[in-house]
Design a protein around this ligand. Structure first.
Ligand code: M6R
Length: 605
């Protein structure tokens, strides 16, 4: 999705803007632009395509500037629609994330007042509104402009009339202010600021921040002064580098043993068979009152919610549901104050998830967040929750965040379970087994060469069916999503038992199936489903538990995973799914970290 970077200080702004925008590339974009000012002179560049194709930006001088990566919503992908946007006299410059919903009416009005528009975007109305309201005070002009606007925005505005400041504002789109020494920054995402500062402030919705090189001042849209505390980001810079890996995705897959260790750290006591998630901000009495749990999420995070449902129902017998955030907001909410809602989101900035969260909160229902990004909207606006501590996930295809989310949900299931059904011995077993997961993931990662070889055998197939049951049904869905996202190959997933109710019609020798069948309570049933495929000459790649050698005569290829508890299998079975998708995409030469049409953080509904 769109990204924003702004800089004011003593350094060359364009270099910092380009560097910051490159750090935001993972969010996905189709065009980009920067504008900078020195001696009241404004220069800018806007281009379609990747920033790495930018050529020479040396002509853009000055120590103050704003930049943007655009993911088209209103208006096609073109230089003229790329940000920044300007007013008629090119004195006011705006970059914007979000959608101005009433832009058509505003544009009509502004045109009737004599304003000339250059682009097809919704954003350009902001530049003209600021021009219209400017009366010697940029912040005031931006504030008045925003009072006219419906929709969502994270914006940064600068002007040749006041070349010593940037005005930023936020409503429903992410925005962060970086605080340096004699220099300050604005960005849509902390990743852009990593090399420059760890000190940040998080403006709230309906707030404007006036940023100069040595300070900042925050007001509400109603012009009331607010104090925002400077906070520290604890991510390490090295985590956002690719090191020797060809792609962030592969690096992130290989980080997963450490991701599980981070998520478990200090939260699980194997000797007692207990778990405790302090961030829930709920006493045992409050937890015991929960009669229903509803997971709300999108994409991969939704599948993590599905795994969480199975885990909590298994350990604590609390009925759970999983809802697409994008659907929930538009239907009747049929749960009440005895329910606990868990919004799951790696970025904490997914617009659909935030909108659903707000709708649920409006009804007075408790909402907790499971997120990876400290300071994200979901982390800040929920009543409590769990950070997965996976470190920055840069690859658009979510991998380590999924494993971090499932680990957090397993801890939650253990905490709920021990309050309710689970015995000491059962709790101990889960806690001990959780601690062994990192080394078991490593054992699967050590088979990456074999999985790469298998990927080569399946490279030329255009369709795949992913099948699993119970805990591994969400992993089938996740495996198919990974393959689609990064290799652009069609894949669909079914609960293995459902396959005979329709999808089996697709099967022939050219339509392979990926079966996720560890030796567990549904093993025999799933093997019967596999036989149904074999009888129709469908090729089979099977993921099963090590030692299950008999299957080698029945299937075309096998990947073995170490044995674990059934409820923890998803933490292992997902690893071959990720690697298979990665290697197929790599062999096809796809742009793995930035797949076409996708954005890392989907900040529009
Ligand atoms: O940041 P979130 O976890 O809220 O993102 C949700 C989805 O947009 C995300 O998981 C998406 O499906 C990924 N591209 C999956 O790899």
């Amino acid at each position: 999705m769109c990204g924003i970077v702004g800089y004011i200080g003593g350094k060359k702004a364009s270099s910092i803007l380009v560097d910051g925008l490159k750090r935001l590339e993972y969010r996905g974009y189709d065009s980009w632009g920067i504008a900078a000012m020195g001696n009241k002179k404004l220069s800018y560049a806007k281009k379609v395509g990747r920033i790495s194709q930018s050529g020479d930006l040396a002509k853009i001088g000055g120590n103050i500037g704003i930049g943007h990566t655009r993911w088209a919503t209103h208006g096609g992908v073109s230089n003229k629609n790329a940000h920044p946007h300007f007013d008629c006299s090119k004195k006011f410059v705006v970059v914007h994330n979000g959608i101005i919903e009433n832009f058509a009416g505003l544009k009509k009005q502004l045109i009737s007042e004599g304003h000339k528009f250059e682009s097809d975007t919704d954003t350009e109305v902001l530049a003209h509104l600021v021009e219209k309201y400017y009366d010697g005070d940029l912040k005031e002009a931006v504030r008045r402009a925003l009072l006219e606007v419906d929709g969502t925005y994270g914006i940064a505005v600068m002007s040749t009339m006041e070349p010593d400041k940037i005005v930023a504002a936020k409503h429903g789109s992410p925005l962060i202010i970086g605080i340096g020494d004699d220099e300050n920054f604005v960005a849509s995402d902390a990743t852009a600021l990593m090399p420059y500062t760890k000190k940040v402030i998080y403006p709230e919705d309906n707030e404007l921040v006036e940023i100069t090189k040595d300070g900042f001042c925050t007001v509400t849209i109603d012009d009331k002064k607010v104090d925002r505390k400077v906070q520290e980001i604890d991510w390490e810079q090295g985590l956002a580098e690719k090191n020797d890996y060809p792609h962030f995705m592969l690096k992130e897959i290989f980080e997963q043993p450490q991701v599980v260790r981070n998520a478990l750290a200090g939260r699980v006591i194997p000797t007692e068979g207990l778990a405790h998630l302090g961030g829930l901000n709920m006493s045992p009495e409050e937890l015991l009152k929960v009669k229903r749990i509803v997971f709300v999420a999108c994409g991969t995070a939704y599948y993590a919610g599905m795994v969480g449902k199975y885990m909590i129902e298994e350990c604590a017998s609390i009925p759970c549901e999983v809802e697409f955030a994008s659907e929930l907001r538009y239907k009747r909410i049929l749960f009440d104050k005895d329910s606990l809602v868990l919004v799951v989101s790696q970025s904490g900035e997914t617009a659909d998830t935030i909108a659903a969260m707000k709708e649920i909160q409006r009804k007075g229902i408790k909402v907790l967040g499971i997120s990876n990004v400290v300071g994200s909207t979901i982390a800040r606006e929920t009543d409590g929750g769990v950070f997965i501590h996976a470190g920055p996930e840069i690859g658009v295809a979510s991998t380590k965040a999924f494993v971090g989310q499932i680990t957090a949900l397993a801890i939650l299931a253990l905490e709920f379970g021990r309050l309710k059904n689970l015995s000491f011995m059962e709790g101990k077993r889960i806690a001990e087994e959780l601690k062994k997961i990192p080394e078991k993931i490593q054992k699967i990662l050590d088979q990456s060469d074999k999985i790469e070889e298998i990927a080569g055998k399946y490279l030329n197939h255009d369709n795949f069916l992913y099948l699993g049951r119970r805990f591994n049904f969400p992993i089938a869905l996740e495996g198919a999503l990974k393959l689609k996202e990064i290799s652009y190959v069609h894949a669909e997933a079914y609960s293995a038992g459902e396959m005979k109710h329709g999808p089996i019609a697709l099967i022939d020798e050219n339509f392979p199936s990926i079966f996720i069948v560890p030796k567990d309570s549904v093993y025999d049933k799933t093997i019967s489903n596999m036989e149904e495929i074999r009888a129709r000459k469908g090729k089979i790649l099977m993921v099963t538990t090590e030692g299950n050698l008999d299957v080698e005569k029945y299937v075309d290829d096998v990947v073995y995973i170490p044995e674990t508890l059934e409820m923890l299998e998803p933490l292992l079975t997902v690893i071959p799914m990720q690697l298979l998708a990665y290697y197929i995409a790599a062999m096809k030469g796809r742009d793995i970290d930035k797949p076409r049409n996708l954005a890392k953080s989907v900040t529009v509904e």
